[in-house]
Design a protein around this ligand. Structure first.
Ligand SMILES: [Zn+2]
Length: 321
């Protein structure tokens, strides 16, 4: 089947058409504008989109406390996402644009500029948004191989995004005295001379960090730590400020890429260990939605809890990894 025939027969890419799109993503996108689309097709597509809009999901964002509606992705958007997987920064930007295009504030207030949206897009809020985008768009997630802890038999876990939300999944809403921008927690090491301040970072900062590594590194991080950033990069991501007391006056590091990142990466291992022991992000865990799947072993009926990170599922689904 050539590309035109494929497009005529299957103009909208559904979640099950991944293998095909993965084989020839870019040419399909380029050719699409030349394809003649009949009025019946348009009519049907409009109806489908109308119906799909009904599946918008309403969520409350834990950090900003805003109530938002997230509408489902279209087949074309999903396809475009797959072609953008060249580097982490581009891919993240595309995901952010998707969120921006699919978010609506429940109180009817307008969206800020895309730039301002990124400046106030916090990781805990983004997790909720990504889950809602998954749940609105897909009925199933890529299956997962699991070995039952009780009978040791392997089995395939099939998950539906809406099954990942449980009563104890819902995060707390921001309850600090200071706003997320101004809030920070201080930890002091090296006899009180080195102070590390952590706080809630914005997506803008993550893009800066992600710009420093390759797509392969991102895939490695996903496989090893279930996060786009490695464990140490994730800690750097949450560091707002580093203050080192010096006889000539304090040395303050604030720039994530030119100061904090190279400082942290080049620290002697002993100091890195001390930071790992003393600086914790646990305080912010209560604001993070706890998504999980209760998987039932088909061999012995044992039920196990599998923790799920929506953003990683989004990557697995969108990039077929
Ligand atoms: Zn079992």
């Amino acid at each position: 089947m050539n590309i035109e025939e494929a497009l005529n027969q299957m103009p909208v890419m559904g979640p099950n058409d991944q293998a095909q799109a993965a084989q020839q993503p870019a040419p399909v996108m380029q050719k699409q504008s030349n394809v003649q689309i009949g009025p019946r097709y348009l009519e049907a597509l409009e109806k489908v989109q109308e119906l799909a809009e009904i599946n918008s999901i309403s969520i409350e964002l834990p950090i900003t406390g805003k109530k938002v509606l997230i509408s489902p992705m279209t087949g074309t958007e999903e396809q475009k996402l797959r072609t953008g997987a060249v580097d982490p920064e581009t891919f993240l930007t595309q995901v952010n644009k998707l969120l921006y295009n699919h978010i609506e504030y429940a109180d009817g207030s307008g969206l800020p500029s895309f730039e301002d949206f990124l400046n106030t897009l916090y990781p805990h809020d983004k997790t909720m948004m990504i889950w809602a985008l998954l749940a609105a768009t897909y009925s199933t997630l890529p299956s997962m191989e699991k070995v039952c802890q009780k009978c040791k038999e392997p089995y395939e876990v099939i998950m539906h995004p809406d099954e990942l939300m449980h009563p104890d999944s819902v995060p707390q809403i921001w309850q600090e005295e200071k706003s997320p921008e101004d809030f920070s927690l201080k930890s002091t090491i090296l006899k009180g001379n080195l102070t590390i301040e952590v706080g809630i970072p914005s997506e803008k900062k993550r893009l800066e960090i992600a710009s420093a590594f390759s797509a392969d590194q991102m895939k490695n991080n996903i496989q090893e730590s279930n996060n786009i950033l490695s464990f140490s990069d994730n800690l750097i991501y949450f560091i707002k400020r580093i203050v080192f007391k010096d006889t000539n006056g304090d040395i303050i590091l604030q720039n994530p890429i030119n100061e904090i990142y190279p400082f942290m990466v080049n620290l002697p291992p002993k100091v890195k260990d001390a930071i790992r022991e003393n600086v914790s992000l646990e305080h912010f865990d209560k604001y993070l939605a706890n998504f999980y799947h209760e998987s039932r072993c088909p061999h012995c009926g044992n039920i196990e809890k599998v923790d799920i990170v929506p953003e990683i599922e989004f990557f697995r689904k969108a990039l077929s990894i």
